[in-house]
Design a protein around this ligand. Structure first.
Ligand code: NAD
Length: 378
């Protein structure tokens, strides 16, 4: 099997799907690896490092794709990249099927066997393949570093000859993978941290990281597979009312709330931002899916009456070395689960394979993705 790795072409994307260490692992499993020249340069992995690990370095992306039995990517492929795939070739990447109908249909037409990393089931056996989690961890960490950079204050308590500095107060809304990493990072920097999530299951994890779990007298809809369910408009209205004082008294608010396949819920309104002290900071990690804060401008850092609202997108890409290393382990573990003696041996009855296979044999085979695509048409 020939594995292809191309340079990401999405604007601002600095990650690469496979790092040199992983190339050695794939070659050890009797695969051949071809990497496009410069594919790792934005993440500081040189062509030389790929060659030393045993990959061939190919200048032309189209030829590389044409020749690959398995293409590994971070971002969804472009329509041109899909058109260059061999029929039957494996593609593994983030595919965001709910917002990428054209690409999904093109993958089916091209008879690609495409796997969407967002759809990898959240079961323990799949943890090492879960790129959504590894990248969310990177974003959660970086959100706090950004907030600390914007904030005109220290995070830790400082007792100095010039007086005592009280620690920053950080509120994290949504305590999933990114939120928990944000809590841990803010605690390491010495902030006093509070967090809230609609899933009560996270309460103990929040506490074990040294943060306080904000209890709201609300009954949330339970979700499935470890994810939150979409809450009613009435629930979200009450939630905003009850969380308002916590937002107003925080120096930093990090929002990470998401519901798979849906627009991010609005947790913070413009009126709530107006109650925050000038100099406070919001980092809205949900900016990619519309934002948890209704004044967020995705991709921009804005100032709303002295409050910095950071809607930076794709934070994982701003830590390209570690984000690529983690992604590369995820994607190669998933690929190697479909390989025997250097050849494709895909067990479509396997829960993980079945869970994330989007197109096969010219068909869109994933029932949820089918439904989402129908919903996006409507
Ligand atoms: P996510 O990115 O979909 O959502 C982030 C968080 O937002 C979630 O914790 C969710 O409950 C929360 N949220 C949604 N609506 C909200 C609202 N109105 N108010 C406040 N919070 C809201 O989820 P994620 O972080 O990718 O994963 C969620 C959980 O899944 C993890 O914490 C973990 O428990 C579980 N998980 C399990 C595995 C595994 O077993 N392999 C892997 C990854 C995650």
């Amino acid at each position: 099997m020939k594995v292809g790795v191309i340079k990401e072409t999405t604007a601002g994307e600095r990650r690469v799907a496979v790092v040199p260490d992983t190339v050695s692992k794939l070659i050890g499993a009797k695969l051949e690896v071809a990497v496009q020249a410069g594919a790792g340069s934005q993440a500081f992995f040189s062509d030389d490092a790929y060659q030393k690990a045993g990959a061939s370095v190919v200048p032309d992306a189209k030829r590389l794709i044409n020749d690959a039995d398995a293409l590994l990517k971070v971002q969804p492929p472009t329509l041109d990249e899909v058109a260059a795939l061999k029929p039957g070739a494996i593609l593994i990447s983030f595919l965001q099927p709910s917002s990428n109908a054209e690409v999904v249909k093109a993958l089916a037409r091209q008879r690609a066997t495409a796997f969407s990393l967002e759809l990898v089931p959240r079961i323990s056996r799949a943890q090492s393949m879960d790129a959504l989690s590894s990248q969310a961890g990177v974003s959660g960490y970086k959100s706090v570093i950004l907030a600390a950079n914007h904030l005109g204050k220290f995070f830790p308590l400082l007792i100095t000859a010039a007086g005592t500095v009280t620690p920053a107060r950080v509120l994290v809304l949504g305590a999933g993978v990114a939120g928990l990493q944000a809590i841990a990072t803010a605690r390491r920097l010495g902030a006093v941290v509070e967090a809230y999530d609609v899933r009560p299951a996270v309460k103990d994890e929040v506490k074990s990281l040294g943060a306080t779990f904000v209890e709201l007298p609300l009954q949330a809809q339970e979700g499935q597979g470890g994810y939150a369910a979409q809450q009613s408009e009435e629930f979200l209205r009450r939630q905003r009312e009850l969380i308002g004082d916590h937002v107003a008294s925080s120096d930093v608010v990090i929002t990470t709330a998401a519901v798979p396949g849906r627009r991010a819920p609005i947790l913070v309104t413009g009126e709530m931002v107006a109650r925050m002290r000038p100099g406070s900071v919001i980092v809205d990690l949900a900016a990619d899916t519309g934002g948890n804060v209704d004044v967020t401008k995705p991709g921009e850092v804005i100032n709303v009456n002295g409050v910095t609202v950071d809607g930076s997108r794709n934070l994982a890409s701003t830590l390209p070395i570690h984000a690529s290393q983690l992604f590369s382990r995820n994607v190669s573990t998933l690929l190697l689960s479909m390989v025997k003696d250097g050849q494709a041996a895909i067990d479509f009855s396997d829960e993980i394979i079945k869970g994330c296979c989007l197109t096969n044999n010219g068909e869109l085979v994933h029932p949820q993705a089918k439904a989402l695509l129908e919903a996006s048409k409507a």
